[in-house]
Design a protein around this ligand. Sequence first.
Ligand SMILES: Cc1ncc(COP(=O)(O)O)c(C=O)c1O
Length: 393
Amino acid sequence: MKPETRINRRREEFPTLASGIHLLSHSLGPVPRAARESMLAYYEAWEHHTSEDAWATSWWEMSAQVGDGIAQILGGNAGSVQIQPNASIALSSVLSCFDFTSSKRNKIVASALDFPSMQYVLDAQTPMGARVQIVPSDDGIAIPLERVLDAIDDATALVALSHVSFRSSFRVDVEAIVQRARKHGAWVLLDVYQSAGVVPLRASAWNIDFLIGGTIKWLCGGPACGYLYVRPDLQQQLQPRLTGWVAHAAPFDFAQPPMRYDNSVRRFAQGTPSIPALYSVLPGLQIIEEVGVETMRAESERRTEFMIDFALERGWKVNSPRDVNQRGGSVMIYVEDGPGMVKRLNERKVFVDCRPGVGLRMSAHFFNTDEEVHEAMEILAELISCQGNNILG
Ligand SMILES: Cc1ncc(COP(=O)(O)O)c(C=O)c1O
């Protein structure tokens, strides 16, 4: 591996790291120590709500506060992110702004490497007149850019893709896709769940229309805190049918319909925000911001390169792109019995997961040391050689 970069890994702030080698940032990041205090602060505010109105003093503002923190990580401006219950709802919120029945522009372009939840939500739009074109992958690892670009035409309403794929870590070329979409009058949504917090994102500079994701992976937050970025100059044109009283311009008027959407990004909210989730993400977001995504990316490139080289030198099949410019922060290595190997690695205190047809998914984040990454790969080599399975690529 290239020499270790001197960065503050903040390891003491993640108690879970003492229990083994955590390579699971694509799934569930380790809990920051400060999350305990943050959750206690939530409990305190709840307990004392009668003497001090928790909604008035902090809770009502928290969605916007956390949204602005996430916006910064996405490369967007304050006021561009609305917290959502999860990424699936964030996508559903965007799709509920479209009327596919009354327009010839009814095509949605997606890819075979996207997370199934996205595909289910898109598929659910077909009874409402949408046509979904899934751009295929030949090898389950990557999709040629030309193939995505060719799918975008004058009938395309939305291009909705994973920025980084959960199954191979393949990363799409955002600029080229946005450029083609603009040319044909289509909007672009990226699922950045697997990139936010490890790949620098440039929402404003890309002029992207929508980003969706959540906080439990690379952002070291707790569950049930999804997010939706909407291009600021697009926000007021949209009226999501997936809505609720919190999206109203004057929610505390408790007015009768018709709905009067708020002028801010809050128009993409639904009902009562998930306050515990907001408390759970504050410490992780702060750490990510302090360490810096650019620093994390440099580390991640060095580690993914090492893991891939290590695997290829041993003839293993790598199910992630070799080209660093097409890669996120994870490395997928094929093994015959994924669940069995995950279990054996767990027994050796190496924590990874697997997906059918993909093999192991392994992700080093800023808090992992080089020794850990090295040790994890050596343990894997030992287990593969004991197993005697044919996993050669
Ligand atoms: C790329 C990607 N998108 C979406 C999801 C699911 O998001 P949610 O459960 O918040 O709907 C995942 C979860 O693993 C994911 O990896």
